[in-house]
Ligand binder design. Structure first.
Ligand code: MG
Length: 167
């Protein structure tokens, strides 16, 4: 039985799950997925507050059993103050590749009553495609409204992704 399990090709696959949420902060640029969104508020946080990149980085790290970005880049460390969250994503991707894994696809949800995500979906997909070196067809970004729940206080991002071991 053990031999059958370990010879199964599915053992080369790893799934990752990411979640992050930040409150809005007036006067700060809003960044999601590495792009600027035209909105009067940004996301409060120690870094640039890019909740989507935080969720994706955590999903990558979680899939290969690495510590999450809160452990790797603690908000008590002044080195990460106002830092571009691309740095977190690149470090997560480096750790994934170091363990011999390659990203197959990424599926994201942005939970927000405002701003409207639809006009930015293609730009966010393109940005993620470039950052992750993954074809844009392998990336999905969906905007969902919360229909009044926690309305206007901030936004949340969820994502799931799949890795395959190249060995
Ligand atoms: Mg965060």
């Amino acid at each position: 039985m053990r031999a059958i399990i370990y010879s199964c090709p599915l053992m080369k696959l790893r799934v990752g799950l990411g979640f992050d949420s930040h409150p809005f902060e007036k006067g700060k640029p809003l960044k999601l997925g590495g792009i600027l969104i035209d909105f009067p508020m940004g996301l409060k946080g120690h870094s640039d507050g890019d909740a989507l990149l935080h969720a994706v980085a955590d999903a990558l790290l979680g899939a290969v059993g690495e510590p999450d970005i809160g452990e790797l880049f603690p908000d008590t460390d002044p080195r990460w103050k106002d830092v571009d969250s691309v740095l977190f994503l690149k470090e997560a991707l480096r750790r994934v590749r170091e363990k011999g894994y390659r990203l197959l696809n990424l599926d994201c949800v942005i939970l927000a009553d405002q701003p409207k995500i639809a006009p930015y979906k293609d730009s966010i997909r393109k940005s993620l495609s470039e950052l992750l070196e993954l074809p844009v067809e392998c990336i999905s970004v969906k905007g969902k409204r919360r229909e009044g729940f926690c309305q206007e206080e901030g936004l949340a991002c969820l994502c799931t992704l799949l890795l395959v071991h190249e060995g």
